[in-house]
Write a protein that binds this ligand. Structure first.
Ligand code: ADP
Ligand code: MG
Length: 348
């Protein structure tokens, strides 16, 4: 029965896969906030998004795999992410990236609020549910880690807060299970409470030594990882990884008044986001050389970005007129990584 079930699942999965490919781009446009007056974003057709320059009247339109307009709920977003995250229980490596300028809703989508949680909580809840449903001859072990990449350096966010030793420099090694970070703290998780505990510890550690967590977190990448050990009914074992990444803000540095420190941060962010784009674009175009090694982000995630792994880019857009330039850049970035069709540019 289990073998049949697994076979069916895989078949269905492959079917969906064929239809949609390994790389997907979703776009979520958050609502206007109270202090924002006008939107430069409209939705001309199914899964189409249009940006209009209110000064020149110039319009550009793209189509993505899925578009979530202002009123889309966290649940609606997760409904379209669910199959992807669950596929890690079938042995696939999966990466989900939230990309966009600061204030575009990345953390809202990934983390959400206590009342209305985002992808992080919903993912674990779903994984535990599916594991429960498949209980019997299938066995799963889930573990989690939480790290931050700041200026291309890795910080472990699950370290014991009472540990007073100076933080160790963490390096990436290559191993049989893929690239990994030796000495990284990894917690087994069996319940949503344990996951919450890990998230709380991570958030707490992230705020240590910084005066403004929001500002700090917009300049570093946050990676919540799930390590899944799978034992099938016929005792085959395999391992998969799921990475949920809240990327640093994609906005370009305003030159005036930038300190050296800010310029350095901006350089690292720019380089890592560019190399992430390069890696995904190279895979989409099936070019033989994929430049994983150009940044800590892509090198660390190499094994979850290559092969038959699945990648979802969740492009977050701030719809406000004032954000036009940055939103345009974001849309262009996303279009590049997925070869998405771009409809003819029309004028008003
Ligand atoms: P980022 O992480 O990209 O910097 P945030 O997730 O912090 O952006 O979102 C910026 C602001 O917009 C926050 O006040 C957040 O509550 C709000 N926001 C983002 N997305 C939504 C949404 N889908 N619905 C309502 N409010 C949102
Ligand atoms: Mg954020």
């Amino acid at each position: 029965k289990f073998a049949k079930e697994a076979q069916l699942r895989r078949k269905l999965h492959n079917l969906v896969q064929e239809l949609r490919g390994n790389i997907r781009v979703y776009c979520r446009v958050r609502p206007l906030l109270r202090n924002e007056a006008n939107s430069c974003i409209t939705f001309p057709g199914d899964d189409e998004i249009r940006i209009t320059n209110d000064v020149t009247g110039q319009k550009k339109t793209w189509r993505f795999d899925k578009i979530f307009a202002h009123e889309a709920t966290q649940q609606e977003l997760f409904d379209e992410v669910q199959a992807l995250v669950v596929s890690c229980l079938d042995g696939y490596n999966v990466c989900i990236f939230a990309y966009g300028q600061t204030g575009s809703g990345k953390t809202h989508s990934m983390q959400g609020t206590a009342e209305d949680p985002g992808i992080y909580h919903r993912t674990f809840r779903e994984l535990f549910n599916v594991i429960h449903d498949r209980r019997g001859d299938w066995r799963y072990k889930l573990q989690t880690s939480m790290i931050e990449i700041y200026n291309d350096e890795i910080q472990d966010l699950l370290i014991d807060a009472n540990d007073t030793r100076p933080p160790r420099k963490l390096a990436i090694r290559t191993g049989p299970q893929g690239n990994y970070v030796p000495d990284l703290v990894i917690w087994p998780v069996n319940t949503p409470e344990e996951v919450q505990n890990a998230l709380n510890t991570g958030t707490q550690n992230r705020s240590v030594g910084c005066t403004n967590l929001n500002e700090h977190s917009s300049r570093s990448h946050l990676i919540l990882s799930v390590y899944c050990d799978i034992t099938t009914p016929n005792h085959t074992q395999y391992q998969s990884r799921l990475h949920l990444v809240d990327l640093a803000g994609s906005e370009r540095l305003k030159k005036s008044g930038a300190t050296d420190e800010r310029a350095k941060e901006a350089m690292f962010i720019n380089r890592s986001l560019t190399s992430l784009g390069d890696v995904i674009a190279a895979r989409a175009a099936k070019t033989p050389h994929v430049p994983y090694r150009n940044s800590t982000l892509t090198y660390l995630l190499q094994d979850a970005l290559g092969g038959d792994s699945k990648t979802l880019m969740l492009l977050q857009i701030n719809p406000s007129d004032d954000a036009f330039e940055e939103s345009l850049c974001s849309l262009q970035f996303a279009a590049r990584v997925n070869n998405v069709e771009m409809t003819v540019e029309k004028r008003k």
